[in-house]
Each structure stands twice: as structure tokens, then as C-alpha cells.
Design a protein around this ligand. Structure first.
Ligand SMILES: Nc1ncnc2c1ncn2[C@@H]1O[C@H](COP(=O)(O)OP(=O)(O)O)[C@@H](O)[C@H]1O
Ligand SMILES: [Mg+2]
Length: 234
């Protein structure tokens, strides 16, 4: 049995939409400091899985434990509080609020969680520096390039010092070179920020950077290269 005190652990997850089974007794363990890539055809349930792990979608059956909190056993209010404290999320388009500067976008989740403003803005600036986008901190969020926006989104995901980062096709909207840069950056996070990382991606180059590659099929996760050794040897 893996330790449950850190990382993210899903056991026996079951989820259906309109009588269609999306997650079927799915189990996943990702330790702190470890990265996992999840691939699979569009519509197979990858985003649903991340949503269950984040405590946004309660599964019909099964448990999710994040950093020792069994989120599936919590009330919606407690679940939201634990999510803010333990999880950072990155989406495909690095969605930022256009009314706020990049620095304000990064600080916002922590400010909403009640963190002191001066400290939060200082930490937000440190993260933007670390991610190589310090110079855009005070600019118009709407004018950022795709790569800049995604780096700011990664900084925002890190503002609460999360133990788990969930990224849903984080490079899906980026060109090849920018995709490489953002992927490089994401996969350094488990070591530099002592967190678990799960990246859903269609890009094999991005997936290959993970410690483990899993493929979603029939509502479960399988080793991505299972039965594929002839292809890999080519
Ligand atoms: N709110 C919803 N209402 C109805 N069907 C949905 C809803 N959300 C997702 N689905 C369906 O659930 C399945 C899994 O979706 P999703 O998890 O988004 O897949 P993926 O991220 O792998 O592309 C898809 O068939 C999708 O159409
Ligand atoms: Mg999806």
C-alpha cells in the first residue's frame, strides 16, 4: 500500500454521464516529487478524472486523497478549502482574467483564500521571476503571447504552494517551441516545488518527459507503451 500522507491517491473511482461509464474502478497513485502523463482519445474522460481529483466532481464511488486529506469524504465547503490549500490547476489556454494584470491574476487565488496582500504580491513576483515572465507582471493580461499566458497560469497554480498540480492539455494551444519551453518548466516543478504533477496531454513529446506515462482506455489507466515494444524499438 503506498503512503497516503503526501501526493494524490485515487482508489476505485467510478463515474458515469448519461448512463455511459466514464471512470471504471480507476486507481491512480502519484507520489510527491513524481510526474505522470495521461494520454487518451478525446472524450475518454481525462478532464473528468482531473475534475474528480481536484474535488470539483464527486465520483459516484471511490475515494480521492490529496496530501492526506480524503477529499471525497468532505463537505463541499471543506473540499473547496482543501482544494485551495493543496491543488494548483493549469488549463489549455492559460485562462487569465483580462481586467487584472498578470501579477494580480497570480495573486488572486491566495488573496481569495485570505492570505496577506503584501506577502502574496511579493511571492507572486518571485514566481513570475522564476518562470521567466517577470517583465510582464504589470502589463495588460490580454496582450500576452500564448507562452507568456501559460507561464503566468503556471505561476498562478503555484501561488498557494500546492502539493499537487493538475494540468489539462497545458501545451495544447502552443506552437512546438513554446510547448517545449512550457513542458520543460512544468516537469521541473515536482523537484523544485516538492509536489506531485499530473499532465493530461495529446503531445507524445510532452508525455515522454514524465516519470510515468499512462493511457486512459475503457475508464481505466494503463501503462502507455503496454504491448507496444516493437513500435518503441523502431
Ligand atoms: N457536462 C457534461 N454533460 C454531458 N456530457 C459530458 C459533460 N462533460 C463531459 N461529458 C462527456 O463525458 C465524456 C468525457 O469527457 P472529458 O472528461 O471531457 O473527456 P476528455 O477530457 O478525455 O476529452 C465525453 O464523452 C464528454 O462528451
Ligand atoms: Mg479534456
Amino acid at each position: 500500500m503506498p503512503p497516503t500522507s503526501t501526493g494524490v491517491h485515487a482508489r476505485d473511482l467510478h463515474y458515469e454521464i448519461a448512463n455511459r461509464v466514464i471512470l471504471d474502478s480507476l486507481t491512480l497513485h502519484v507520489a510527491s516529487g513524481e510526474s505522470v502523463a495521461i494520454t487518451g482519445p478525446s472524450g475518454c474522460g481525462k478532464s473528468t478524472l482531473l475534475s474528480c481529483l481536484a474535488g470539483l466532481t464527486p465520483p459516484i464511488r471511490g475515494t480521492v486523497t490529496v496530501d492526506g486529506y480524503e477529499v471525497t469524504a468532505l463537505s463541499p465547503g471543506r473540499r473547496a478549502a482543501v482544494r485551495l490549500k493543496t491543488i494548483g490547476m493549469v488549463y489549455q489556454f492559460g485562462e487569465l482574467l483580462p481586467e487584472l494584470s498578470p501579477l494580480e491574476n497570480v495573486a488572486l487565488p491566495a488573496l481569495m483564500a485570505g492570505a496577506p496582500a503584501a506577502e502574496t504580491y511579493a511571492w507572486a513576483q518571485v514566481l513570475l521571476n522564476d518562470l521567466g515572465v517577470a517583465s510582464v507582471a504589470g502589463t495588460d493580461s490580454g496582450s500576452l503571447s500564448g507562452g507568456e499566458r501559460q507561464r503566468v497560469a503556471v505561476a498562478r497554480a503555484l501561488i498557494g504552494k500546492p502539493r499537487v498540480i493538475l494540468a489539462d492539455e497545458p501545451t495544447g494551444a502552443l506552437d512546438g517551441e513554446t510547448s517545449d519551453t512550457v513542458a520543460d518548466l512544468l516537469f521541473t516543478l515536482p523537484a523544485t516545488h516538492d509536489c506531485a504533477l499530473i499532465v493530461v496531454t495529446h503531445n507524445p513529446d510532452v508525455a515522454s518527459r514524465a516519470d510515468r506515462e499512462l493511457a486512459m482506455r475503457d475508464g481505466r489507466l494503463h501503462p502507455a507503451h503496454e504491448g507496444n515494444s516493437a513500435v518503441r524499438q523502431r
